[in-house]
Design a protein around this ligand. Structure first.
Ligand SMILES: [Zn+2]
Length: 224
């Protein structure tokens, strides 16, 4: 009897905690949306800065990805989506991306034209953000294909912007490594999905990523 009463009390507390967590999650989702609309126009850069290659070495390459908000957003989204999809996607997507990005990078370096690169990069953030926001669960092959094709666009942009000074191979290695770290950040944030509020937060992050993409599509600075 006592045990049963105790169980009820704990049951009520747990239900209450769940309801609170849900309310917090919804609140954060709403605010993420509102604040991103306010903050986005204040960010002065869209894709990684082609002129900001530093000394063209490994450390400069390592830092380079974080100079582009849409790159950061899209990379984190790959990790978030992987976490939502669970294993094996969680580990496959963050491997597919840097691999395909390297291939796109080579195409960029040797000067092979890839049509619609600028739009492709912005679209990657919009679509990756949207699938995270919607918690979309396509078959693994479709997810890999989607992430892989976006990676070619990113790689091409970054390959074209690769410095001709310094040690380009080291710079590129740093860049790819930092991209992997951004994926990992997404996966770690994605672990929050164990909790209902965390799940909503991740979906809110997807909304922010999509808005970053829409923003970089709207401004013409990368359109060169
Ligand atoms: Zn990129």
């Amino acid at each position: 009897m006592i045990a049963r009463d105790g169980g009820n009390v704990f049951g009520t507390v747990a239900a209450r905690a769940r309801a609170d967590a849900n309310a917090i999650g919804h609140w954060m989702l709403r605010h993420a949306l509102a604040w991103s609309l306010v903050l986005l126009p204040t960010v002065g850069f869209a894709h990684v800065d082609p002129a900001g290659a530093g000394d063209g070495g490994f450390v400069s390459g390592l830092w380079h990805p974080v100079t582009g908000l849409d790159h950061v957003a899209a990379m984190v989204a790959v990790g978030l989506w992987g976490a939502q999809l669970g294993t094996p996607a969680m580990w496959l997507l963050p491997v597919v991306f840097p691999l395909m990005m390297a291939i796109g990078g080579v195409l960029g370096v040797i000067g092979t034209a890839v049509p619609g690169v600028g739009v492709g990069v912005a679209a990657s953030a919009i679509l990756l953000g949207s699938v995270v926001a919607a918690e979309a669960r396509p078959p693994l092959a479709v997810a890999m294909l989607m992430v892989g094709s976006f990676a070619i666009f990113h790689g091409h942009v970054h390959g074209t912007a690769l410095p001709t000074f310094g040690v380009p191979v080291l710079f590129a290695s740093g860049f790819v490594l930092a991209t992997g770290v951004l994926h990992l950040c997404g996966i770690v944030i994605g672990l929050l999905r164990r909790w209902p509020a965390g799940r909503l937060m991740i979906r809110g992050a997807g909304v922010v990523v999509a808005l970053v993409g829409a923003y970089s599509l709207a401004i013409p600075s990368w359109w060169r």
